[in-house]
Design a protein around this ligand. Structure first.
Ligand code: HAM
Length: 427
């Protein structure tokens, strides 16, 4: 380890190395497949944008007002690293005007200057989707079902889905005023920061974790009691759809989420296996006014983001082993000829890999003992060895590294022998 702090990753950010990165690849691949099945295409947006793009996310949110990595470039442009994915996707929608409905998914890093702790980092990665141009509650249900099925496929069980409706922008004014006067009436002892927040946007008080504010928050009026008939019918349709798909949920009238853009359906997936402060493994909702706020045509939108680091922590907390941690379908090629026929090793290794079999090998004429040890260490299922006798008989020795059993297989039958054996083991 380097002792010079300049050559260590900055606080709050992390390298992801093998074998841990194998779990990342597995999670991303599964998400990509699932998003494709649901009709989403991949989107990639820049890591940084003009600062105005993120200001639209909510000037009074912590993420924008306190945690943004902002800077001026050499051309004196005021830019910021992306703190979340939705704003950039909506900016891209407004800029390119694709035909709605537009359904995109992403796997992207986000940057927030937070106080680092387990499950809370200054760079975190999200897997997410966004849909622009659909107002129908059917898409709210599909988007929630996409996330819910993804968690279930990965093997997460201790998961809670919380949903709420934030109402529509039109109906929300009266509620926000009722909330503001409730909070200000009870604000005497709560200090200037509280009053400031209430005055800027009282909704932002509801998602505060400040323990001194909790009693006032608990008695605050609920947005779900102030929905317009339209917003209420939309919310009822979403709940009915989730019920029809057998997706369990709880309604929490206090779920407001951390951005100003949310309207109507909002939701959060929480892992009950994680500490409460960092238990959100994903969340999202509608943002029906955001495209317009960025100068685009009025376009409803909905999406979610899943925090990959949190997701992996939740899988660990539940002791779920992913496919990526399981090397039971791999092979290690061992040189029993002390480097005398490198081209044979090269072609055997290559033929296995080209047949889709995960294959490692030893390099540089190491002792047989060291090679078998390396085979064990990498968790391969079979060691495939070519010694002098095998070379003469055009065969290989295949050792099952789990049972220690060894058999001889003709070289031209090795691929099919391994494929059959993996298939049997798989069943
Ligand atoms: P968010 O709730 O801020 O929403 O973040 C989504 C997820 O990212 C969280 O549930 C959590 O798993 C993870 N996350 C957030 N901050 C951190 C952090 N500092 N360290 C580790 N993980 C973190 C959004 O970002 C919205 N853009 C989601 C959305 C998409 N809404 C509509 N569409």
């Amino acid at each position: 380890m380097s002792s010079d702090p300049a050559f260590r990753a900055p606080i709050g950010v992390h390298d992801v190395l093998p074998p841990e990165s194998g779990r990342w690849a597995d999670v991303v691949t599964r998400f990509a497949r699932r998003a494709g099945i649901f009709g989403f295409g991949l989107i990639q947006t820049p890591l940084f944008e003009h600062i105005e793009v993120f200001r639209r996310v909510g000037e009074h949110t912590d993420v924008v007002s306190k945690e943004m990595y902002e800077f001026r470039d050499k051309g004196d442009r005021h830019l910021a690293l992306r703190p979340e994915g939705t704003a950039s996707v909506v900016r891209a929608y407004v800029q390119h005007r694709p035909l709605p409905p537009w359904k995109v998914w992403y796997f992207a890093p986000n940057f927030r200057y937070e106080r680092p702790q387990k499950g809370r980092y200054r760079q975190h990665w999200q897997l997410g989707v966004e849909v622009l141009g659909l107002d129908d509650p059917a898409i709210d249900i599909e988007v929630i079902a996409l996330a819910s099925g993804f968690y279930r496929d990965l093997g997460l069980r201790d998961l809670r889905l919380i949903i709420n409706s934030m109402g529509d922008a039109k109906g929300r004014g009266a509620y926000v005023e009722a909330l503001r006067s409730h909070l200000l009436n009870s604000s005497d002892a709560l200090g200037p920061e509280f009053v400031e927040r209430v005055e800027a946007n009282p909704l932002r008080v509801l998602d505060s974790r400040n323990p001194e504010w909790q009693s006032v928050i608990e008695t605050a009026p609920l947005i779900s009691d102030h929905l317009s008939p339209d917003a209420s019918a939309h919310f009822e349709a979403v709940k009915a759809g989730l019920n029809a798909l057998g997706i369990e949920f709880e309604v929490d009238g206090r779920l407001v989420r951390g951005f100003d853009y949310y309207t109507r359906t909002t939701f959060e997936f929480q892992s009950t296996a994680l500490d409460a402060a960092q238990n959100a493994v994903g969340g999202g909702g509608r943002y029906d006014g955001l495209a317009e706020a960025m100068g685009g045509p009025p376009t409803p939108g909905i999406g979610f983001g899943i925090g990959v680091e949190r997701l992996l922590l939740a899988l660990d907390a539940e002791d779920v082993v992913s496919n990526a941690e399981n090397n039971s379908q791999s092979v290690f090629v061992i040189d029993g000829l002390s480097g005398a026929d490198e081209l044979l090793l090269l072609t055997i290794t290559s033929s296995l890999r080209e047949a889709g079999i995960s294959t490692e090998r030893a390099y540089g004429g190491r002792s047989l003992k060291a090679q078998w040890k390396a085979a064990d260490r990498c968790g391969a299922r079979y060691g495939v060895m070519i010694g002098k006798a095998e070379l003469e008989r055009e065969s290989v020795a295949v050792k099952d590294l789990e049972t220690g059993e060894q058999i001889e297989v003709r070289r031209d039958q090795l691929v099919s022998w391994l494929q059959e054996s993996f298939e049997e083991n798989y069943e």
